[in-house]
Design a protein around this ligand. Structure first.
Ligand code: SIN
Length: 486
């Protein structure tokens, strides 16, 4: 083991990437991101907060139980325990970093409730603007950190392998200029892939590019079939839809049909606060009915909307809707990928020198369906853990032949639009074998057209092979005739 002279390259500057970069001190870090100014990550849009068993009568056991229940017990139990145990210290670390969490008049942390949680255990900062608050605090620390060199406006398009170990990246800027960055280790913190769907709560950059790069290099993946759909995106035109946070339902909002009849009544003991996959399927089904649809009625919420839900209020008003006065039209939207680059809890992938953290990784913590507000938690807790591993020193690279692995060309825009529609209809909240098979065939036939097709082919393959319903992967057809490669 030695302290690396080469930098650690972190690809992605959302919460997971910035936390990893900070925690890796004093190792030198190059932090790369696609947007020129560091904006554009899904983290900044996160309206939920951080789940942590901090309330009276709550405890780690209960947080573990709710995480496993939401995850359909597909989670790795030891990973879940690690996450839930790490949660209170994660909140304390962010507090010390300067994140101004919302507090009660007596100074204690204000705890909110979201779907799948048996009690109130979500801390927020700035009401429904928690992600932005975390990003601001982390960004200030990163900018002041002498060991971190930040570079925006570049896309990591290829990995350098030397002697079987990942030893660098090649980036390309908006003018097409390429640069090789040799690295002691490469960390993918590139987020999820919701933007591959026609309707998503994610920003356009959450398109699975990091996962596709890892796959091109031969890194093992895991649980690709588990894509979470948020039940309450605002049903307006567009690709990246505004989110209506679950905290609204935690504060009393109800899901209703056109006639105002509650949608969740009698369907689940937690009613409107059932785990996200259950609610998303109900909303999806309600929208499939002739003259159907689904609405979120938040008119009963009391208190200061500007303080509690500033993002939701401003977004709705911008679309000509007032949540204080009228029910809001909703649709499910692709929100979070439980699957990703297979890693251990230290973020190690199957490829020496390649790490992944946050949504781009799959370490088994979320199972088949992530519990609300466990994602910012995992991004910070996982980033701190991985950063500490990298700071402690990483194995020296082995001499050997160099080889470049390319992610490959991107799909032309019109093909990307078609792919998004294909995935939305075939690989959405309810899936059927015939539609999955036809979609897989289309992607397989067009695999050479762009990396998004190859990634979609892999997702569809995983969905076809899981014939049973589990968590966010719901099969609407009885039985299963999937044959790999047919
Ligand atoms: C939400 O605020 O509803 C989203 C929170 C999350 O994704 O955990």
């Amino acid at each position: 083991m030695r302290h690396p002279r080469l930098p650690i390259v972190v690809v992605g500057s959302g919460v997971a990437g910035m936390t990893t970069a900070l925690a890796a001190a004093p190792a030198p870090v190059r932090l790369l991101c696609r947007s020129a100014d560091g904006t554009g990550s899904a983290s900044a849009l996160a309206q939920g907060g951080i789940a942590a068993a901090l309330g009276e009568g709550d405890g780690v056991e209960a947080h573990v139980r709710d995480t496993l229940e939401a995850g359909a017990r597909h989670n790795d139990a030891s990973a879940v325990r690690w996450l839930c145990e790490a949660a209170p210290a994660t909140v304390a670390w962010l507090d010390a970093l300067g994140v101004a969490f919302d507090r009660r008049p007596d100074g204690g942390l204000q705890l909110g409730r979201e779907g799948g949680h048996g009690v109130s255990r979500i801390v927020h900062a700035g009401g429904d603007a928690s992600g932005a608050a975390l990003m601001r605090a982390l960004r200030a620390k990163v900018q002041a950190a002498p060991h971190v060199q930040w570079r925006g406006g570049v896309d990591a398009e290829a990995l350098l392998l030397r002697g079987g170990r990942v030893a660098g990246v090649r980036v390309r800027d908006a003018r097409g200029r390429q640069q090789l960055i040799e690295a002691a280790a490469v960390v993918l913190a590139t987020g999820g892939l919701g933007a591959l769907y026609a309707r998503t709560s994610n920003p356009p950059g959450a398109d699975g590019a990091g996962l596709a790069l890892a796959m091109a290099a031969g890194a093992a993946t895991r649980d690709l079939e588990f894509v979470q759909f948020h039940p309450t995106a605002l049903a307006v035109d567009g690709h990246c839809l505004p989110l209506l946070t679950e905290a609204l339902r935690g504060a009393g909002a109800r899901l209703v049909d056109r006639a105002g009849v509650p949608l969740m009544q009698g369907l689940h003991p937690l009613g409107d606060l059932a785990p996200r996959d259950v609610v998303a399927r109900r909303v999806w089904q309600a929208r499939q009915q002739p003259a159907g649809g689904a609405w979120l009625d938040a008119r009963s919420i009391e208190g200061d909307w500007h303080a509690r839900f500033p993002t939701v209020l401003a977004t709705c008003l911008a679309h000509g809707l007032d949540p204080r006065r009228e029910p809001l039209p909703i649709t499910p939207a692709a929100h979070f990928h439980m699957g990703g680059v297979a890693t251990d809890l230290d973020g190690r992938s199957s490829l020496p020198g390649l790490y992944a953290v946050g949504e781009s990784a799959c370490n088994g913590v979320h199972g088949a369906n992530r519990l609300a507000s466990n994602s910012l938690l995992e991004a910070v807790a996982g980033g701190r853990r991985l950063g500490a591993v990298l700071a402690a020193g990483i194995a020296a690279s082995t001499p050997g032949a160099y080889r470049w692995v390319e992610r490959g060309a991107s799909l032309p825009p019109e093909n990307l639009l078609a792919l998004r529609e294909l995935l939305w209809h075939a690989a959405g909240p309810v899936r059927e074998d015939m539609a999955l098979r036809m979609a897989w065939r289309r992607c397989a036939a067009a695999a050479g057209a762009g990396w998004q097709m190859r990634l979609a082919r892999a997702l569809l393959q995983a969905m076809r092979l899981r014939c049973d319903s589990l968590g966010a992967h719901w099969r609407g057809d009885p039985g299963c005739a999937a044959q790999a490669g047919s």
